[in-house]
Design a binder for this molecule. Structure first.
Ligand code: SF4
Ligand code: SF4
Length: 500
């Protein structure tokens, strides 16, 4: 293993130093959460098309059974987190700020927690061809577990289209409060590394960088020790500065290269995966187990005992809160993920999903609820932005209803890190404006797409009708001609009979 302290890092612009508050849960070892009375397993826990259910009310399933199949290239299947009976497939509140109802499978655990007998572990997974590793990762329903939820197999297949040289494992975990990746690296370094090496084999890269922020010395040491026998693996200590875990900024810090605007890190030969994803790959290949649980940090000032828990997917978040001793006081805000980029949640009724790395219950003091004031043009937001944007101007355009103006200023390059809002002395919720504007643009694009599709279908229909009309006319003409020919023939025959 190359020495971490000799690795050259590159400076990136912007960023902030929020109080990390990781001490609340950093020393809490991962505990398995007991099964709740009911699991609510959404069919869409990933970016892409929702999975299609294969079970019905009343079906008995075993742990790890396929409940819903992936649909199309960007999708992921869903498996049973335990054995039990399917209570139904229907609407249930989404793990999302809207809390709107989404298609969900409800499973009542039978308490046996009995695995399916068709688990397919691989004795020597390093002998598998790269595409077979990716296929098994797809079958296991693994998605990016750092929160992105992009189906991991799609990224593992990038070698077919790009010249890749480096796999970066994102162990930065730069959001305040979150400690689940830190604990995984400290508690299961060999298993994490095994998954990392398998992903590197699938990608065909020649070097691996395990990038871990310097505020996690125990994780750096554990991963360093695990990787000692592998000269092509380097554990790199990163400066503690938010948003160090942002994929493109991480790659720039490590390689000095900028990812092209709206491009992929694969454009510069690098693929990034998360620590928890690596562990899931290990589980899938070595034990044949699909992704049915994940480690989450439950923290924040309103939680009685912050913890790191291994949570069966589909567990209602209220069950996690109860396991942590409940609330010490009513939280001012519930957040899925970290406080900077996480999603506000409407209630703890929603279920844990593949992308949930944390549940935060924050108090008034932890949530900056100060009254919004006018912009004083101090430019602090400009200095903090890691993407070189001008947040105050973008927000002004959005406030004035000019989405196009904000796009011209780079709205689509904004990674939603919240650094600008964090430093703003006027407490202007800048990143909320940007999230709102991106949502509006997406809705506008969807509407445009729908309009184009309706137009295309209408044009195709009128072409079809026109072609059918033409064919009908041609057939009628042909029939008429045939009839006329027949009549002429009979007239000829009659004439010849009379003349004889
Ligand atoms: S940090 Fe806030 S007050 Fe300062 S320029 Fe930006 S928006 Fe205005
Ligand atoms: S939220 Fe967007 S605009 Fe604000 S600092 Fe982050 S990248 Fe820049």
């Amino acid at each position: 293993m190359a020495a971490a302290d000799r690795f050259k890092l590159f400076r990136i612009r912007g960023g902030v130093h929020p109080q990390d508050r990781k001490q609340l849960s950093a020393e809490q070892a991962i505990e398995p959460l007991p099964l709740p009375p009911l699991l609510h397993i959404p069919l869409q826990q990933h970016i892409g098309a929702p999975a299609e259910p294969l079970v019905r009310r009343g079906d008995l399933v075993k742990k790890g059974a396929l409940l819903a199949a992936s649909q199309g290239a960007i999708s992921a299947p869903v498996h049973a987190p335990t054995s039990g009976r399917i209570m139904g497939v229907g609407g249930y509140p989404a793990h999302h700020a809207s809390g709107l109802s989404v298609r969900t499978i409800t499973l009542k655990p039978d308490g046996q927690d009995e695995w399916i007998d068709t688990l397919d572990p691989v004795v020597e997974p390093f002998n598998l061809p790269p595409d077979e590793i990716a296929r098994r990762v797809a079958e296991a329903g693994i998605v990016g577990m750092g929160g992105a939820t992009f189906p991991s197999a799609v990224k593992l297949n990038l070698r077919n289209r790009y010249r890749l040289h480096t796999l970066v494992i994102n162990g930065a975990e730069c959001e305040p409060y979150l400690t689940c990746d830190d604990r995984l690296m400290r508690e299961q370094p060999e298993q994490v590394l095994d998954g990392v090496l398998l992903m590197a084999r699938a990608l065909g890269v020649e070097r691996i960088l395990l990038a871990i922020e310097n505020n996690k010395p125990a994780a750096q040491a554990a991963m360093g020790e695990a990787a000692q026998a592998h000269a092509w693996v380097t554990v790199v200590g990163l400066p503690t500065r938010y948003p160090m875990g942002s994929e493109k900024h991480l790659v720039q810090t490590l390689t000095g290269q900028e990812t092209p605007a709206r491009g992929l890190t694969a454009d510069i030969g690098v693929v990034v995966h998360n620590v928890a994803t690596a562990l899931a790959v290990h589980e899938a290949l070595r034990h044949g187990r699909p992704l049915i649980s994940r480690v989450m940090t439950v923290s924040g000032g309103a939680i009685r005992t912050p913890r790191n828990l291994r949570v069966p997917l589909g567990t209602p978040l209220s069950y996690l809160v109860d396991y942590c001793g409940g609330f010490v006081r009513e939280p001012s805000r519930l957040v899925s993920g970290g406080p900077m980029m996480g999603q506000p949640l409407p209630s703890t009724r929603v279920p844990a999903v593949k992308g949930s790395n944390g549940l935060l219950a924050l108090t008034d003091e932890e949530v900056r609820a100060d009254r919004e004031m006018p912009c004083i043009r101090c430019a602090s937001c400009v200095q903090a932005c890691p993407c070189g944007l001008v947040p105050l101007e973008m927000a002004a355009h959005i406030r004035a209803g000019s989405l196009d103006g904000s796009v011209k200023l780079g709205l689509l390059d904004c990674i939603g890190c919240g650094s600008c809002a964090y430093v703003c002395p006027s407490h202007i919720p800048l990143s909320h404006y940007f999230n709102y504007a991106k949502g509006e643009l997406a809705a506008r694009q969807r509407a445009q797409h729908k309009q184009n599709e309706t137009k295309r279908l209408a044009e195709a229909r009128s072409l079809r009708l026109e072609a059918a009309k033409k064919a009908k006319r041609a057939a009628m003409l042909k029939r008429k001609q045939e009839q006329q020919a027949k009549q002429a023939k009979s007239a000829e025959a009659a004439l010849s009979e009379t003349s004889q």
